[in-house]
Design a protein around this ligand. Structure first.
Ligand SMILES: Cc1cc2nc3c(=O)[nH]c(=O)nc-3n(C[C@H](O)[C@H](O)[C@H](O)COP(=O)(O)OP(=O)(O)OC[C@H]3O[C@@H](n4cnc5c(N)ncnc54)[C@H](O)[C@@H]3O)c2cc1C
Length: 531
């Protein structure tokens, strides 16, 4: 449950909410990938679930309920969904613990270290890198669900600093702040189901990161509890007192300790975000327009440039709802020189930024298409992930991967990654989270999903290895915002180097000498894409 809403098991989101894949999208996939039989959904209540191993003392008082354990066995990556849906999850936590205080977190960690019990910190369980996945192992394992650590501790209105406990979900943060006239402005697509602690542990980025910054810019201070240590980093506007330890915790993925609270920089709530669309004549021209907007510091909160394929798919998603209007719009656009190579850019601002960016885009051949695409995108921005489950029903698997690189490499990198995906495949790409020196590239790919879950997992692993190798060879980072988790860990050393890896290993060992905390993420290089 999140508030009064019940989460779906083995699928994205909440019960009672859906987004069914529209027929034009299914026809588009069918044309390019061929027909595919839907992946069956098994009833979790009928899964054969092994009984939990026994746990000492108070640890044995956690939830041992089979469906609760199953719900905490995997995150929200594609193969997590495939395994949960088909009843082929290989390992479950032995208990789900829900501490009600930060001190209780500490005592649980100490007890687990003493008894050699593995612990996976759990925020919202929306990891797409295997970050919360339970792996088979001899030692017992508990999932440490922080949902009861979810309150506002303090709001310093004068300084714009709010302290929340780490298990607070996105909507609660915005509701509490909104009631006092503030916003955090951190809106990842997983906003409704992810937590402040999870965002910090994965270095997440929200869709409005251009205006607000990623979580690494929003966090001013934090508290961490670990089996053999404790950090309490106060919120200073800046500090030259040695290396910035916040940055060590940001992205530590539960390996270093459990973030129990954080102080974040909040702002007075601005007027609602307005998002408008512009069609650019080509991907390269769009990238140049995006670069210029950011480097000239046009005051936008959001920028997202879709390539021609993603533009086409977005139009297909809209078509089902308003076909007649769309046909008129398409006719008008073709009269204005818009072609199938055109790329949609969405720009969002709460102030006057849209005019400035529109003028820049006009110089790059941009054709404004008004507020309708932006309105549609805003209305559905947290609903789009529901499509994944509906597409699996129709036999198509979809997943995403992302990177970031300097502007000078972006176009080449996107092409290199697109070409690296083995056929049959449909690949869409967009630029988002832009900075003055570069931006993130986000790929969404679709492939026919084999009905056998082992084959589906192997197929996905094959695609992921090929695309990740292309990202690294093309000069992109292993991850701009999804993190390393279990699945990217084999490549982590290639990004930070052997000594960089050793530094992080030593930090983890100082706080967690027996290695009980999420031991396979980040630092364990074993390839587990097929588990
Ligand atoms: C549909 C979908 C859309 C997404 N969109 C975005 C997006 O727009 N931007 C983005 O950045 N990411 C996105 N993600 C990825 C994911 O939502 C983020 O990584 C998010 O930050 C995870 O938060 P969580 O609370 O769900 O953490 P979890 O998934 O529960 O945990 C993630 C990792 O952090 C650790 N962890 C969790 N809480 C703590 C804590 N308090 N202390 C220490 N370690 C902890 C876990 O052990 C795990 O390693 C998306 C995922 C999905 C499925």
């Amino acid at each position: 449950m999140i508030g009064s809403r019940r989460r779906r098991l083995g699928a994205w989101g909440f019960e009672g909410v859906d987004l069914v894949a529209p027929q034009p999208l299914l026809s588009f996939l069918n044309e390019r990938l061929g027909a595919s039989a839907g992946l069956p959904r098994a009833d979790p209540a009928r899964f054969a679930i092994a009984p939990p191993r026994s746990l000492p003392g108070a640890l044995g008082e956690g939830s041992r309920e089979p469906l609760d354990r199953l719900a905490h066995a995997r995150g929200q990556g594609l193969t997590d969904l495939v395994r949960l849906r088909t009843g082929t999850v290989t390992a479950l936590p032995d208990a789900v613990l829900r501490p009600s205080s930060e001190d209780e977190v500490e005592s649980i960690l100490r007890a687990c270290a003493a008894a050699g019990i593995r612990v996976i910190p759990w925020g919202g369980g929306t990891s797409v890198t295997g970050g919360v996945n339970v792996l088979p192992g001899d030692e017992p394992l508990v999932s440490l669900d922080l949902e009861r650590l979810s309150r506002l501790v303090d709001l310093d209105e004068r300084s714009g600093l709010a302290t929340f406990q780490a298990g607070t979900f996105g909507p609660e943060i915005e509701a509490v702040l909104g009631a006092r006239g503030f916003t955090l402005g951190h809106f990842p697509q997983s906003f409704e189901l992810s937590t402040l602690g999870g965002w910090i542990a994965t270095r997440a980025s929200g869709q409005e990161s251009l205006g607000y910054g990623g979580i690494e810019r929003l966090v001013a201070g934090l508290d961490v509890r670990a089996p053999a240590g404790k950090l309490s980093i106060p919120a200073f506007p800046a500090s030259a007192a040695g290396p910035d330890l916040r940055q060590l915790v940001l992205g530590s993925e539960g390996r270093l300790g459990v973030v129990t609270r954080a102080t974040v920089r909040v702002r007075r709530r601005p007027p609602p975000l307005v998002v408008k669309g512009t069609l650019l004549p080509s991907w390269e021209e769009g990238i140049e327009g995006a670069r210029e907007i950011v480097q000239r510091r046009a005051p936008l909160d959001l920028l997202r440039l879709s390539d021609a394929f993603e533009t086409e798919v977005s139009l297909l998603l809209g078509l089902s709802r308003d076909r007649a209007l769309d046909r008129i719009v398409q006719r008008l656009l073709s009269l204005r020189g818009v072609t199938e190579k055109s790329c949609m850019m969405l720009c969002g601002a709460t102030g006057d930024g849209l005019e400035e960016s529109a003028a820049i885009l006009k110089a790059h051949g941009g054709v404004r298409v008004g507020a309708s695409p932006g309105r549609k995108w805003l209305a559905d921005r947290f609903r789009h992930p529901y499509l994944r489950d509906s597409l699996l029903d129709s036999g198509y698997a979809t997943d995403t991967l992302e990177t970031a690189a300097p502007w000078s490499r972006l176009s080449d990198l996107s092409e290199r990654v697109r070409r690296a995906f083995p056929e049959p495949i449909v690949v869409l790409c967009h630029v988002s989270h832009p900075y003055e020196d570069g931006a993130s590239l986000y790929f969404t790919f679709f492939f026919p999903c084999p009905r056998d879950p082992e084959e589906a997992t192997a197929r996905w692993a094959h695609l992921k290895r090929a695309a990740t190798a292309a990202i690294l060879a093309g000069g992109g980072t292993l991850s701009h915002h999804h993190g390393v988790g279990i699945w990217h860990a084999p490549w982590y050393e290639s990004e930070v180097g052997r000594d960089g890896l050793r530094l992080v290993e030593n930090a983890a060992a100082a706080f967690d000498p027996t290695g009980i905390l999420n031991p396979h993420v980040l630092l364990d290089p074993t390839d587990r894409l097929e588990v």
